[in-house]
Design a protein around this ligand. Structure first.
Ligand code: SF4
Ligand code: SF4
Length: 250
């Protein structure tokens, strides 16, 4: 079994805005493109055009239609990008029998050392978020690295030292930074928008946060702007996120 380091002051992670994500998959494709070489080698695809396309994606985007709480309200489409949340207390690390799965003391990033991984997949069973990806071709576990090879890369301009998914997002729904620093831009964004932990009851303490969708206008853009039916969906108690917890819990 593998131990976790003491909690670090620096907690690098992502803040994902479910209000502005349009489900275009640019983040998933940019992630695959960036991580498809170098340290990992190809992120495999088996039968990419077949009935059951399988492969390794560190970031996947799921789209759901959420039924309204009341019939008069419109249904809502929510696009939910899913990747490793770089949890503070993740069992995916502690279950690892070889030390392959580890959390970095200096910035909290959770990584897999492919040279030590025996492909037992215990970590995938331990991850409640479905964030681990097993490569049949390599026989090892793979996962989001927060683009650790970009964010510290001094040959890049400072602006480019961000994960590929963040750089690619056309609606700027993805933000990267230090969630351990209350003064960081990402921490302030979380505080302003009511950023949310996925399934906090499990106790993994995810570092990544999700920003809830804002209330939608009822109907199309031509609806009267001051209609009394507007903004009646009460997101103050985050029903979409409660619903998302239920989806993840299945
Ligand atoms: Fe581990 Fe899953 Fe948390 Fe990532 S999201 S740290 S893989 S438990
Ligand atoms: Fe550790 Fe690899 Fe097994 Fe996961 S699959 S628990 S990283 S040895």
């Amino acid at each position: 079994m593998t131990s976790l380091p003491p909690p670090a002051a620096k907690k690098l992670g992502l803040v994902i805005d479910l209000d502005t994500c349009v489900g275009c998959h640019a983040c998933a494709v940019a992630c695959k493109e960036w991580n498809d070489g170098g340290q990992f080698g190809p992120l495999t695809d088996e039968q990419p055009y077949g009935a059951e396309p399988l492969g390794v994606w560190f970031n996947r985007v799921h789209s759901y239609e959420v039924e309204p709480a009341q019939k008069a309200q419109p249904a809502m489409t929510v696009h939910f990008p899913r990747s490793c949340l770089h949890c503070e207390a993740p069992d995916c690390v502690t279950v690892c029998p070889t030390g392959a799965s580890y959390k970095r003391a200096e910035d909290g990033i959770v990584l897999v050392d492919a040279d030590k991984c025996i492909g037992c997949q215990l970590c995938a069973w331990a991850c409640p978020y479905g964030a681990r990806e097993y490569s049949e071709r390599h026989g090892t576990m793979q996962k989001c690295t927060l683009c650790v090879d970009r964010i510290y890369n001094e040959s890049f301009d400072e602006y480019d030292r961000q994960p590929a998914c963040v750089m690619a997002c056309p609606t700027r729904a993805r933000h990267f930074g230090d969630l351990g620093d209350p003064e960081s831009t990402v921490s302030k964004l979380v505080a302003e928008r009511g950023g949310y932990d996925l399934m906090p009851e499990i106790g993994y303490k995810p570092v990544n946060k999700y920003l809830p969708p804002r209330p939608r206008r009822n109907g199309c853009a031509s609806s009267p702007p001051a209609a009394a039916t507007e903004e009646k969906v009460d997101f103050s108690t985050s029903p979409v996120l409660r619903w998302m917890d239920r989806i993840l819990s299945r």
